[in-house]
Design a protein around this ligand. Sequence first.
Ligand SMILES: Nc1ncnc2c1ncn2[C@@H]1O[C@H](COP(=O)(O)OP(=O)(O)OP(=O)(O)O)[C@@H](O)[C@H]1O
Length: 283
Amino acid sequence: MLKVNKIEKNYKNFHLNCTMEVPAGCITGLIGENGAGKSTTFKAIENLIFLDGGSVELFGKPHDQLTAEEKQKIGVVLSGSTFSDVYMIKDVVKILEAVYPDFEKEKFLSLVERFRLPQDQKLKEFSTGMKAKLKLFIALCHNASLLILDEPTAGMDVVARDEVLTLLREYMEEDESRAILISSHISGDLEGLCDDIYMIHEGRIVLHEDTDRLLSSYGLLKMTEERFRTVDRSHLLKKKKESYGYSCLTDEIRYYMENYPDITAEKGSIDEIIMMTVKGEAV
Ligand SMILES: Nc1ncnc2c1ncn2[C@@H]1O[C@H](COP(=O)(O)OP(=O)(O)OP(=O)(O)O)[C@@H](O)[C@H]1O
């Protein structure tokens, strides 16, 4: 449904070089620290910035050749974008009715009620989390087949984040041919939601993995220096020197558990896997 093929974007101190794919029926996550290149990737997909190289395909077509109807099939949350502060929900509804032929007004208003957004206040009086929910409801309410969501949970508390993740799961359950690309720097949000996860660091994709495999097969191994010298390194991805020897990231934790009982093996959290992927040394 979405193919990002070796896109490049050069800023003064930043170079993006990214390849990724979002198939129909999948929720794909993009995770990375501040400044890693998530928003730049999303803007590139949305054709909001000029590319220095590569291409983006949406629904099998170059992204700059989509018809108005095809563009309506994409629901977008981008960081920063919002309506005028003086609008109230009823004004937003009027605009959405004019912009989207497929605008689902009843669904939109039921979400506004379900998530308790105030209908008698101007947007400038909305909290950050309320504004973030409003942006997401707009993306969800014009029957899009692909959602491109840049940090949709930014500014939300734990309860609101959980509610929103439930909403996204419901959206996929309604029609399994849909797809979602979602970014976050909070790994917990993506861990329980996404089918696969891309990690971006300094503009490059440093890891792409099925979420189940990431959680079941990746792990951290702790071993003495002596063991490190003799261990089979074919499934070691990164290493880090420690006082006791080495800690290593593996994508085959069971292999080491079965064959090296003297090695301490721990299933890593996604945050630990990211830290080792980014900060660890090549083996
Ligand atoms: N218009 C621009 N001009 C120059 N540099 C830019 C521009 N837009 C982004 N950058 C730089 O590109 C890099 C990536 O920024 P980007 O917003 O894509 O990161 P991000 O992963 O979305 O970060 P965050 O989690 O903080 O939102 C940063 O170093 C940023 O300073």
